[in-house]
Write a protein that binds this ligand. Structure first.
Ligand SMILES: [Zn+2]
Length: 302
């Protein structure tokens, strides 16, 4: 249909625009363990896994150290320590303490990025689980860990009379690289704010989605536009801002987050972090990147 063709055109442009999405890792939060799905998550059929883009060993660089060498001897009170008593362990640097890239809290900003080799291992195709009125037929992929909460959230939105669209999900490193090159070729002066460098998009995590609304075009006054800051004025945008945390989704780039994240306000861009963390962030009036950069050591830059 013409409408979908235009939507698709818009999405191709929109995908590039949507900066969002970076990388890097941080250490786990000390008091939160938000990995369990919301209690309302529905029972799901076995997912179809689409992991052809996965790269072997993608998570191997991010393991937390589990066996820090200790000194094996101490000097006697009256004798100078022998050479063998000296600890031989090298210092544990920030990169040695990186969070696995498939962790729900991995930091991704324009500064801190993901490995070019990282691809999630549990991607599913949303068209297998959601109606075309929601997916618009796009082959959007999402990590299975976020699928149940998403399906429940979409169902609740539809029951409330809303018409949420899902416009973008997982984006591979190479797809982001193509987008980045395109923007640098066509609008080099604005590329840095219109797109994320490859490895620096949260979409590479596979837990991040961009939502759309059929109301947006009328509000903005541009036919078939899919991404615009005015999404926050749509019925779907308002509902997501108020309720997404109850399903484990958090707004990655709220107003004023640019200094830390490198991205402007993106009211359509939500990342799954689990209900506990998402609710904590909302109640604290903060967002994931700010919380982690303040409370955790800086992640290393790969
Ligand atoms: Zn996005």
């Amino acid at each position: 249909m013409k409408k979908y063709a235009l939507i698709w055109l818009g999405i191709v442009v929109g995908i590039s625009i949507l900066a969002g999405c970076g990388t890097a890792s941080a250490s786990p939060l000390p008091t939160l363990a938000p990995t369990s799905p919301p209690p309302t998550a529905p029972t799901l059929p076995p997912p179809t896994v689409h992991d052809e883009t996965a790269v072997a060993g993608a998570t191997s660089i991010a393991q937390l150290p589990t066996n820090i060498p200790q000194p094996t001897a101490t000097a006697t009170p009256t004798i100078t320590p022998s050479p063998t008593a000296t600890p031989t362990a090298t210092p544990i640097g920030p990169c040695d303490a990186r969070m696995p890239q498939d962790d729900l809290f991995t930091i991704v900003t324009q500064t801190y990025g993901l490995s070019r080799d990282y691809a999630p291992q549990d991607l599913v195709l949303l068209t297998d689980y959601l109606p075309v009125e929601v997916t618009l037929g796009y082959p959007t992929e999402l990590r299975q860990v976020a699928l149940g909460p998403l399906i429940q959230m979409i169902a609740d939105m539809q029951n409330a009379g809303l018409q949420p669209w899902i416009l973008s999900g997982y984006r591979s490193y190479s797809a982001q690289a193509i987008s980045w090159e395109k923007w640098n070729r066509e609008e080099p002066e604005r590329a840095a704010i219109l797109s994320a460098r490859p490895g620096h998009s949260e979409h590479q995590l596979g837990t991040t989605l961009d939502f759309g609304s059929p109301e947006l075009a009328d509000i903005v006054g541009i036919e078939d536009i899919e991404f615009h800051t005015y999404f926050y004025q749509t019925s779907e945008g308002i509902w997501l801002a108020e309720n997404a945390h109850r399903y484990g989704f958090t707004l990655s780039y709220p107003r004023g987050a640019q200094e830390l994240t490198g991205f402007f306000y993106e009211p359509w861009h939500f990342r799954y972090v689990g209900e506990e963390m998402a609710t904590f962030l909302r109640d604290a009036g903060t967002y994931l990147t700010e919380y982690q950069l303040i409370n955790q050591p800086e992640p290393c830059i790969p």
